[in-house]
Design a protein around this ligand. Sequence first.
Ligand code: FES
Length: 125
Amino acid sequence: MYSDKVMDHFTNPRNVGEIPDADGIGKVGNPQCGDVMWLYIKVKDDIITDIKFKTFGCGAAIATSSMITELAKGKTVEEAKVISRGDVANALEGLPPQKLHCSNLAADALREAIKDYEAKKATKG
Ligand code: FES
């Protein structure tokens, strides 16, 4: 069954939405279940000052999306890069084994958003 933390983040997800002028956008999908997540980050002086997500997915995917926004907000880009799938699951006080793959989506989306941010920064010079 789901932990209270998972239920809390599923029923009351944090940082839902879109950042129109995001510095980085990550989009990942899970080919097995068809769930998709978009993650938007705003970066100032190397710190993730804002982060939002949109997830079309299962309850666990929504809870992990919400949790990763809380974990990443206020962190430096380097710190956020090392947030792992396990960190997300742990912060949610665990996920049922058949739902562990859902936390991959959130961690991967964050990494993609950071990659996008770094690529944009590199082209700006
Ligand atoms: Fe698709 Fe959870 S079932 S991410």
